[in-house]
Design a protein around this ligand. Sequence first.
Ligand code: COI
Length: 355
Amino acid sequence: AQAATPLREERKKPTNQDDEYADLDWDNLGFGLTPADYMYVMKCSKDGEFTKGELSPFGNIQLSPSAGVLNYGQGVYEGTKAYRKDNGKLLLFRPDQNAIRMQIGAERMLMPSPSVDQFVDAVKQIASANKRWVPPPGKGSLYIRPLLMGSGPVLGLAPAPEYTFIVYASPVGNYFKEGIAALNLFVEEEYVRAAPGGAGGVKSITNYAPVLKALSRAKSRGFSDILYLDAVKKKYLEEASSCNVFVVKGRTISTPATNGTILEGITRKSVMEIASDQGYKVVEKAVHVDEVIDADEVFCTGTAVGVAPVGTITYKDKRVEYETGDESVCQKLRSVLVGIKTGTIEDTKGWVSCI
Ligand code: COI
């Protein structure tokens, strides 16, 4: 991801809360944190219920040094985006699916979670309250980050006695510094991302820091991201550090089956549905690394990443090149998904909510 834009206090021109747009260089958004005005905080009561949440100015939060999330990583997060339409309305893409995924992840990490209605309401409030941070149409989106954590203090390994749900937001452009150019991926053979029985299938915060070492090594060698292999045989494709992966051969599109070690991406399942609608054969299965080498195209999907073409994959010192460009399957699927999310293609699936 790209370097962060300076925090609000450091920006040159003060901006007026009544302005339609915040004072940002909308043409050069990366994926750095530019905190939008408001965050949403909702606490869990002693009986395990989340009570009414509130908007407050974005800022630091207070946590005990012995908070469960800080000591034992009891936390899950989500990512979703709001887009601005030409008519000024905001569009959200399947936030209910993020809510459900957070509930599943919370259950795995032994945490209570907000109801779907509470979650979606919080996301809507954050998008509306931070409207001036939603980029102009075509320039990017407001990335919304819901976060659920064990905020209460613990010493021994145990679930936290208190939980906090926070939602904050930041305007973003492309995730990778490559922009929309094709990615160069490296197949990681030393480190694994997740193992059977672990928490790789949910969006636990504990899945992310452990990838940093391999990711930083790959980046220092000029790669955009890593492709992980399965932990047992080290032969089957899993996912990248920040996104799911698809392999195209002719009219067949394959993606690693979600068996507990692969994140069930919302972009992943949306792209699978769009591809089926367009007559592709979509297969979820164990994808052998040799199939990747033999593929016509490879692409990645994720909320932050979108639908991103892969130009090369390096495996065991062999660099393989893939088809990319306007006529690629990736580009066709990407343009339909982007069209639905931004309101330029009619949403016949009930995926988009307008606020
Ligand atoms: C997302 O795509 O929303 C994610 O959470 C991935 C993260 C590494 C930015």
